[in-house]
Design a protein around this ligand. Structure first.
Ligand code: IPE
Ligand code: IPE
Ligand code: MG
Length: 238
């Protein structure tokens, strides 16, 4: 089976999962977070090297203060727990997203974990938090502009490879992009990195997206013919 190098998951459907069960939306987020614990380990054990998780978008601040605060507290607990698990497994933990308006408590833990796991080599777990692709591309352009103004970068040599280095993290492009929860959209996730990603959309709500469901996504990926604009001469039959 072909194993993707970089997998992204748009973690969606926690709220609907809870409502369906007559629970509060926060209980859906808690169930989603518990599901992530098992799933991430499973994914790295499968041999995937980079895993990007979309857990909070720049637009998610439109939600009630109660929901946003609940999520932020949950992230702090989750990151502390993940640090214990993944640092032992030699996995580097990174974060993608805008720092403002995140609170100091969460920024401190983000900085601490990023620093403590920076030399880990077996894989990368990328949390996209307060992440938006539009913001990422605009922020990259601003950083590049500053470099050019300060004479640290010659504008004529900027190409896709150099541009990519100014994104929040210089990661390989996405191979497989999964969205749970039934919506058929990207909701501002990794527009640059998904240029040639294979998409897998499922109606399964994230708290129910277990290892068997992940295997279905892998199987689907495995059967795709990735041509990157070229021609796969082995498969071409005329
Ligand atoms: C995804 O679940 C988690 C976040 C966006 C933080 P949702 O909260 O969007 O769940 P639904 O889409 O309302 O079911
Ligand atoms: C996308 O889910 C963001 C995350 C999963 C973090 P949303 O639930 O916010 O997306 P929309 O509003 O349905 O597009
Ligand atoms: Mg949603």
């Amino acid at each position: 089976m072909k194993i993707p190098n970089h997998v992204g998951i748009i973690v969606d459907g926690n709220g609907r999962w809870a409502v369906k069960k007559g629970k509060k939306r926060s209980e859906g987020h808690l169930a989603g977070s518990k599901n992530l614990d098992n799933l991430c380990q499973y994914i790295f054990d499968k041999g995937i090297k980079v895993l990007s998780l979309y857990v909070f978008s720049t637009e998610n601040f439109k939600r009630s203060d109660e929901e946003v605060n609940y999520l932020m507290d949950l992230f702090v607990k989750k990151f502390k727990n993940d640090f214990k698990i993944f640092s032992k497994k030699d996995i580097r933990i990174v974060f993608s997203g805008r720092r403002e308006p995140l609170k100091k408590e969460i920024l401190d833990i983000i900085d601490d974990i990023t620093c403590k796991t920076k030399d880990n080599k077996s894989g990368i777990l990328n949390f996209c938090l307060n992440y938006g692709s539009h913001a990422e591309i605009v922020d990259a352009c601003k950083k590049i502009n500053l470099e050019v103004i300060n004479n640290n970068l010659n504008i004529d040599i900027i190409d896709e490879k150099i541009f990519k280095k100014y994104l929040y993290n210089d990661l390989p492009d996405l191979d497989l992009l999964i969205r749970t929860g039934g919506e058929l959209r990207l909701s501002n996730f990794m527009l640059w990195q998904s240029a040639y990603a294979e998409f897998y959309f499922t109606d399964v709500l994230f708290p129910d997206f277990n290892s068997d469901e992940f295997d279905k996504a892998l199987l689907s990926y495995s059967n795709r013919d990735r041509r990157f604009g070229g021609i796969n001469y082995e498969k071409k039959n005329n």
